[in-house]
Ligand binder design. Structure first.
Ligand SMILES: Cc1cc2nc3c(=O)[nH]c(=O)nc-3n(C[C@H](O)[C@H](O)[C@H](O)COP(=O)(O)OP(=O)(O)OC[C@H]3O[C@@H](n4cnc5c(N)ncnc54)[C@H](O)[C@@H]3O)c2cc1C
Length: 413
């Protein structure tokens, strides 16, 4: 989303009015002095380019300068959207059309304001920019991770999606991330969060090197993924399957991966509120639930083969990450020692959805704190089914905590 400099009023309506007034005054002032209106846009993602497109369409004489920290434009369209989703990146054609205008200048490798993470980027203070333009649009996206704020988050082997996605898409600042995907993970890679980015990451981790080679994935990532030993992925969400942020289309893309199984989910255990609700589910959600419940087994294809798999877990929130590195942790769990500073397990607590706003609240239970130990691959299956409570009486699981991961260093996102 783009915001325009000038006003910071209290009420949104007031903000909009003032913005429109300021904009009109500035355009009028520029046109009466005969000079072209000069607009600076900070950030060259879709928000910046679509703003430039609309602005230049309505102001043919205007000059637009677009500042970008990176040497190349298009923001997360280039460095976020998955490399095997070429069709999503088609918007670049529109952006190229904008960039081909003689009234448009792209100024790459220049960070406006704060100093940049990018080693080659020059920094220009905002005050210098403001002197030279009639208006400045800020469309710099989101350039920092949102932390979980739980113990152990900084252990080795835990990556934010921003880092990991930037790494496989060739973002210069993560070129050296070097996630070791070949450490012989015994079981799970955890992906925490179940939106479209989670689905992208799971797909990229499970695609074969031959499939990845057809995409515009970064060469260093293709090389590392070709040697990957990742086998089973668990995608974990704080809310239930009905509220999951991924779409049926994204789910189907996982089912379509040849030689990958999708573990069926026993949805009845997790949807008590909806079982008791008389309201039918909207058709897209119903389709997604049916697909999740069905799963995909390849046992008939080759019963002797241990196929890679994806498992979905719902209503689980991470509580802490642990290590068996004796130098490091206060929360060491028993088991073989981890390499220095590496994560060895993650502990989750059950959540229940608030009946009104579907917000995932942690279950209030001492068990949340008590139940953690080494990873038991059957732990989730052994959880007791959710009692069929009324929506206004959220329930507590008797064994609410699931401790995940392998005794070997694990890889979590
Ligand atoms: C992994 C992933 C997958 C996605 N997949 C899809 C998808 O399939 N379909 C879809 O529609 N959306 C997808 N999105 C979302 C989409 O990419 C974003 O919504 C969109 O890119 C946001 O656009 P933006 O212009 O606001 O920000 P960005 O695209 O982030 O662009 C901001 C730009 O500003 C630059 N910048 C930052 N600070 C400064 C500064 N101080 N000075 C100069 N430049 C600066 C940054 O380098 C960046 O290039 C995905 C996002 C991610 C992370």
């Amino acid at each position: 989303m783009a915001t325009i400099a000038w006003a910071r009023p209290r009420a949104f309506a007031q903000w909009n009015r003032r913005l429109a007034l300021t904009y009109t005054t500035q355009v009028r002032r520029a046109s009466t002095t005969g000079e072209p209106f000069r607009l600076a846009i900070i950030g060259s993602g879709p928000a910046g380019f679509y703003t430039a497109y609309r602005f230049m369409k309505n102001n043919e004489q205007a000059k637009v300068d677009m500042y970008e920290s990176l040497p190349v434009p298009y923001g997360l369209v280039r460095f976020g959207v998955a490399p095997d989703h070429a069709e999503v990146k088609n918007c670049r054609e529109k952006f190229e059309e904008v960039a081909s205008s003689p009234n448009f200048t792209f100024i790459g490798n220049v960070t406006v304001g704060a100093s940049s993470n990018h080693p080659d980027s020059a920094t220009v203070p905002l005050s210098s920019i403001l002197r030279h333009y009639h208006a400045v649009v800020f469309s710099y996206g989101s350039s920092e991770d949102r932390k979980l704020g739980i113990p152990g988050e900084d252990l080795k082997g835990i990556f934010s999606a921003r880092e990991f996605v930037g790494w496989y898409n060739g973002l210069p600042e993560y070129a050296d991330l070097n996630p070791d995907l070949s450490m012989g993970f015994q079981d799970d890679t955890l992906i925490i969060g179940n939106g479209n980015v989670a689905m992208d990451v799971a797909r990229i981790l499970l695609k074969t090197p031959a499939e990845l080679a057809k995409t515009d994935i970064a060469a260093h990532a293709l090389d590392a993924l070709s040697r990957s030993k990742i086998h089973n992925i668990r995608i974990i969400g704080r809310r239930g399957p009905i509220q999951a942020a991924f779409t049926t289309k994204e789910l189907r893309a996982l089912y379509k991966l040849p030689d990958v199984e999708v573990r069926p989910h026993h949805l009845t255990d997790l949807t008590p509120h909806h079982h008791e609700s008389s309201k039918p589910l909207p058709p897209p959600i119903k389709r997604r639930m049916e697909l999740l419940g069905k799963g995909k087994s390849l046992a008939t294809q080759d019963p002797s083969r241990n196929y890679p798999s994806v498992t979905f877990d719902f209503c689980l929130a991470p509580l802490h990450f642990d290590t068996q590195d004796p130098e490091y942790s206060t929360q060491n769990t028993p088991g073989p020692p981890s390499p220095p500073g590496w994560v060895s397990s993650a502990t989750f607590g059950r959540t229940v959805l608030h009946p009104k706003n579907q917000h995932p609240d942690p279950v209030e239970s001492d068990d949340n704190k008590q139940h953690h130990g080494l990873y038991d691959p059957h732990a989730i299956a052994h959880l007791p089914p959710t009692p069929k409570n009324s929506p206004s009486q959220p329930t507590t699981f008797s064994n609410p905590s699931v401790t995940n991961p392998p005794p070997s260093p694990s890889f979590l996102i």
